[in-house]
Design a protein around this ligand. Structure first.
Ligand code: APR
Ligand code: PHB
Length: 398
């Protein structure tokens, strides 16, 4: 089999890239290790920047998002028992974010891909990328069918590594060609999804002496809540009751009263990590999304960053195939990394501001409260937070 772009991974990065390429008439095949149901079972953040919303529109998959997504013009910061609103819309000259789950984005992209008839291989085993340091790269993988296991070879011009943090693409690059930067945080997020109305119509980010908490949502009837927990905690040891009790203890009196609890439909613990691999291009292999970088979830930049990598990559590949110019692909890694590091900086800062760090204890808490007090009362500081939260423009600093 032959195609122009072999895309490894059917997460949001791979599916969005496939969609943008297909619309430009560039042939592509997506190869995914898991089943479609498994991919759709993963629950991740749900705040889309305007740039990401625009990209989903450009890809022709924005209709349901505009119908069902919730447009937010602000969010709240809770500390010392009081909430303070950050008026994102007012502070950024009219920008908003869209609250719409990543699972739904993935579903819309999958539906569009099958409607367009673009080939996708799910449940591919032993995916391997070859010869990407030449102009004739190829991918091999196995599938299980009625006749047993079959081996396949997909020849292509370009390989897009959209296979997430644990994928095969980055791992296939010689160690000497890649530099990795990493920071691991000494806590996790315990998250719960429940069919109860959100405690407030906007998101609440809480800094408390007991640790961070976040009140988010998926719809007017479905809430997503998180509390900072120890990395050694096990999800089974957290009953729903224990979760609600802990969340309630981290809220202000009004929110505590308004909180509606109910059975969880998903509960999980996620570790927090900052990670960047440089560069993002190795010959004919291009990394995008979580395959190249991870941010801690505070501020929900992960999906947004993946989407802008994909925008840069699709533009570069369209130039490569349609205009026979390698200017875009030659600039891809540097262009992405400039944006990536700004989002890494923001996510690290927001994480550091909001969580309880075991090693800084009371002093750390006091300094955080002083910074939060400054942040919500200084227009300059609030605007900087709002500007980063809604997302920097695609061509920022260019
Ligand atoms: N072969 C094929 N597919 C693979 C392989 C492999 N060896 N390894 C991993 N995959 C698949 C995974 O099963 C997953 O479906 O690649 C996909 C990667 O998807 P994501 O992890 O969702 O990464 P990405 O598409 O870059 O999305 C970024 O996801 O984790 C969040 O915060 C992140 O919101 C951001 C978004
Ligand atoms: C979420 O809804 O899952 C979410 C929202 C905002 C964040 C992180 C996660 O900053």
């Amino acid at each position: 089999m032959r195609t122009q772009v072999a895309i490894i991974g059917a997460g949001p990065s791979g599916l969005l890239l496939g969609q943008l390429l297909s619309r430009a008439g560039i042939a592509n095949v997506v190869i995914e290790r898991q089943s479609a149901e498994y991919v759709l079972g993963r629950i991740r953040a749900g705040v889309l920047e305007q740039v990401c919303v625009d990209l989903l529109d450009e890809a022709g998959v924005g209709a349901r998002m505009h119908r069902e997504g919730l447009v937010h013009g602000g969010f709240e910061m809770l500390f010392r028992g009081r909430r303070h609103r950050i008026d994102m819309h007012g502070l950024t000259g009219g920008k908003n974010v869209m609250v719409y789950g990543q699972t739904e984005v993935t579903r819309d992209l999958m539906d569009a891909r099958s409607a367009a008839g673009s080939p996708t291989v799910y449940s591919a085993a032993n995916v391997a990328v070859h010869d990407f340091d030449t102009a004739q790269p190829y991918v091999t993988y196995d599938t299980d069918g009625p006749q047993g296991r079959q081996s396949h070879r997909l020849d292509c011009d370009i390989i897009a590594g959209c296979d997430g943090y644990h994928g095969v693409c980055r791992a296939s690059v010689p160690r000497s060609a890649i530099t990795e930067y990493e920071k691991v945080y000494p806590f996790g997020w315990l998250g719960i999804l429940a069919d109860v109305p959100p405690v407030s119509h906007e998101l609440i980010y809480a800094n408390t002496e007991r640790g961070f908490a976040l009140c988010s949502m998926r719809s007017p009837t479905r809430s997503r809540y998180y509390v900072q927990c120890a990395l050694t905690d096990s999800v089974d040891a957290w009953s729903d009751e224990a979760f609600w009790k802990e969340l309630r203890s981290r809220l202000d009196p009004q929110a505590r009263e308004q909180l509606v609890t109910g059975p969880s439909i998903e509960k999980s613990i996620a570790p927090l990590r900052s990670f960047v691999a440089e560069p993002m291009r190795f010959g004919r292999l291009f990394l995008a999304g979580d395959a190249a970088h991870i941010v801690p979830p505070t501020g929900a930049k992960g999906l947004n960053l993946a989407a802008t990598d994909v925008k840069y990559l699709s533009s570069a590949l369209i130039e490569f195939f349609q205009e026979h110019s390698s200017a875009g692909i030659d600039h891809y890694s540097e262009r992405c990394l400039r944006r990536v590091w700004k989002a890494e900086r923001f996510s690290w800062w927001f994480t550091s501001l909001m969580h309880r760090f075991p090693d800084t204890a009371g002093f750390g808490q006091k300094v955080q409260e002083a910074e939060l007090d400054y942040l919500v009362h200084s227009e300059a500081a609030s605007r900087s937070l709002a500007e980063n939260y809604v997302g920097l423009p695609l061509n920022f600093g260019e």
